[in-house]
Design a protein around this ligand. Structure first.
Ligand code: FUL
Length: 487
């Protein structure tokens, strides 16, 4: 009897020990490869450009004559190279906005560039922009408005066929697409082929999104699908440029009345925070314009966002584990306007200078514990840029700490932390501390981390810093930590 007991205890202990030598088990919802590829882009640009650019509207009515679309000097190279030069990793073009005008010569409508004076109807904005993306090494994405205020079929079942046909054109003829952006603004008054009426649709059922998503998956398996409810990327819930400080990539959306959600039918606030222990991994995209409007209006030339505002958005989007989709609308010439370029210059300069020197390079790192006491999970892995190396602790540990002894005393105000998100978003709260005269002083209290947290605090000077992961949903797994003095 005693032998059996001793044997069982030993077996249990060995199993436990071996478990600590293996990779920690994922916790909760985790990202797909396409989501991780997308997250690594961090920031890209929206290009709002269509008849509205020329009529000076934000939402076209759908009755615009094709001949209003006539950029005087359209230059895809200038647009895309500007985006690329400023560190943005892709563009999403409004191939068709709510007015229904198509920036490519769609086979399925006459309401497109083919009937405009631009390039005598032989032009194709989608083709030129997507080709320029290839040339400048950034990714190309599409916005195809589900709502179409021009099309006579809108509101009827046949419109869904029309919409899918257009989607197929865009997904087949223009190379790789990284994101398909589905707008939640749906239904209302419009021209609708001359009917001039209001057409409401049931946002939850009309579009039969499930089958449209299947088309996207088939034609562009690597593309993420964006909407209020994902399935890959969620709307951040506002157009002001932020997600909350505590932002989960996990998400369980609800309808405005706590009911079944749909595209254009959610509780926007939930997009700003995500959901602790949410059912699916659907990280947020922060879409915001560099100007008051989404489309170019000459009277807004002096209202382009300041560096202060762009900086703030950067920290509240990228710094909270979301991607930033910054709209830079081409002007009537068909280029990015000089006012916007100036703002982009200042942002690029700020980011380059602020994140040039990681003050943790060469630091000595120790941890409260290391998983299975083996080197593979060593604390020093957090200083390594290799994504395959990370620090992990034992399975039952949900409170742990990492300490850094810097090469020399330094002044800093920003710490970047990344969890190994392939294993889920696990940390619920953490504190950053510095050592002053032998005492640890907290300088930042944070909550979730996820793919990336840029924790900003007042300037402090120290040679010893530590992070206490005070509460985690499962044992913390940290990919990297960096320290900066941002401007
Ligand atoms: C909204 C649209 O109604 C705006 O015009 C713009 O395209 C923005 C990005 O999404 O829902």
């Amino acid at each position: 009897m005693l032998k059996i007991f001793i044997f069982s205890v030993l077996l249990f202990a060995t199993t436990l020990l071996n478990a600590q030598k293996t990779v920690p088990k994922p916790y909760g919802a985790i990202p797909t490869q396409r989501q991780m590829d997308w997250l690594s882009m961090e920031r890209y640009c929206f290009l709002h450009f269509t008849v509205n650019t020329f009529t000076n509207r934000e939402w076209g009515l759908g009755n615009e004559k094709e001949d209003v679309f006539n950029p005087t000097d359209f230059d895809a190279d200038q647009i895309v190279s500007t985006v690329a030069k400023h560190g943005f990793k892709g563009v999403i073009l409004t191939c068709k906005h709510h007015d229904g005008f198509c920036l490519w010569p769609s086979k399925y409508t006459e309401h497109s560039v083919k009937n405009s004076p631009w390039k005598n109807g032989k032009g194709d904005v989608v083709k030129e922009i997507s080709a320029a993306c290839k040339k400048y090494g950034i990714k190309f994405g599409i916005y195809l408005s589900p709502w179409d205020r021009n099309n006579p079929l809108y509101g009827k079942p046949q419109y869904i066929t029309y919409y899918r046909n257009q989607l197929r054109e865009l997904l087949t003829n223009y190379g790789d697409i990284f994101e398909v952006w589905l707008d939640g603004a749906n239904g209302g008054s419009g021209y609708y082929g001359g009917a001039n009426e209001t057409r409401e649709i049931d946002r939850k059922t009309y579009y039969d999104w499930k089958n449209t998503f299947a088309i996207i998956r088939k034609l562009q398996p690597k593309a993420v699908i964006f909407s209020d409810i994902g399935p890959d990327v969620r709307w951040c819930g506002n157009e002001s440029g932020f997600v909350e400080d505590s932002c989960w990539a996990t998400y369980t959306p609800h309808g405005p009345n706590g009911d079944q959600p749909g595209i254009g039918y959610t509780m926007a606030k939930e997009g700003e925070t995500g959901t602790l222990n949410g059912e699916s991994w659907i990280p947020a995209e922060v879409d915001v314009s560099i100007r008051p409007g989404w489309f170019y209006h000459p009277e807004e030339d002096n209202e382009v966002r300041s560096l202060k505002s762009l900086k703030e958005i950067y920290f509240k989007s990228v710094g909270n584990g979301a991607c930033w989709n910054l709209n830079v609308p081409p002007d009537r010439t068909g280029k990015i306007n000089a006012h916007d370029i100036k703002a982009l210059d200042s942002l690029q300069d700020y980011l380059a200078k602020s994140f040039a020197t990681n003050l943790l390079l060469g630091a000595k790192v120790t941890a409260s514990e290391t998983r299975g006491n083996i080197k593979k999970y060593a604390a020093s892995n957090v200083l390594n840029d290799n994504k395959k190396l990370y620090w992990a602790v034992n399975d039952n540990t949900t409170t742990a700490s990492l300490s850094f002894q810097l090469k020399a005393s330094a002044t800093f105000n920003c710490m970047e932390i990344k969890e190994l998100i392939s294993l889920g978003q696990r940390v619920r709260s953490f504190t950053k501390e510095i050592e002053k005269n032998g005492r640890w002083i907290p300088v930042y209290k944070g909550s979730t981390i996820g793919s990336q947290k840029l924790a900003k605090f007042d300037n402090v000077t120290a040679s010893k810093v530590r992070i206490i992961f005070s509460n985690s949903l499962a044992c913390p797994v940290i990919e990297s930590v960096k320290l900066y003095k941002v401007l």
